[in-house]
Design a protein. Structure first.
Length: 173
């Protein structure tokens, strides 16, 4: 099981999609994306923008609990899971690691290092797609320091190919 964590605009979804086909057995790893799970919970398409109420802490708790349960089931079934989300609460990082232990599979945690200016520019340039984060959300995320201790840090400003290579070369990936 691999967790891809970082602030909004870092390239979590891009990295998860790039590494998934290279992991595990054919057809590759299953990507479990918090943005897509949240949209499914509300019964809307990936391109539908959700209201702030959809990001209330109790809703996020449901989304993350579902993501961890799916990841554990995927791991138990012998398939690699890539869980991508903003794991901004230490409990969520601990819970994704716990899901791997419960599934009896190795765990690799990835943190994408990305400068604030890059995050803000990427989020400002988004048009459609599952992520709803605005530049205001990124600014709020930047005020905290959610970086996980003990997870591998990757330079997410590098090219997509370079970041992908960094990720798949890590132990457990």
């Amino acid at each position: 099981m691999i967790a891809v964590d970082a602030l909004s605009g870092s390239g979590k979804s891009t990295l998860a999609a790039a590494i998934a086909p290279r992991l595990g057995t054919v057809p590759g790893a299953r990507v479990i994306a918090s943005d897509r799970l949240r949209k499914a919970l509300f019964g809307v398409t990936a391109d539908t923008r959700l209201s702030e109420a959809a990001y209330a802490s109790h809703v996020s708790e449901m989304v993350y609990a579902h993501a961890f349960a799916v990841a554990e089931r995927v791991g138990r079934a012998g398939t690699t899971a890539v869980v991508e989300a903003v794991f901004d609460r230490p409990d969520d990082r601990a819970r994704v690691e716990h899901a791997a232990r419960q599934a009896g599979v190795a765990f690799t945690g990835l943190w994408l290092e990305t400068p604030a200016s890059t995050l803000l520019a990427r989020v400002a340039a988004r048009r459609g797609g599952p992520p709803d984060a605005s530049t205001d959300v990124v600014r709020a995320q930047l005020k905290s320091d959610p970086r996980p201790m003990g997870w591998s840090r990757l330079d997410a400003v590098e090219s997509e190919a370079s970041v992908t290579q960094q990720a798949v070369r890590l132990p457990g990936a």
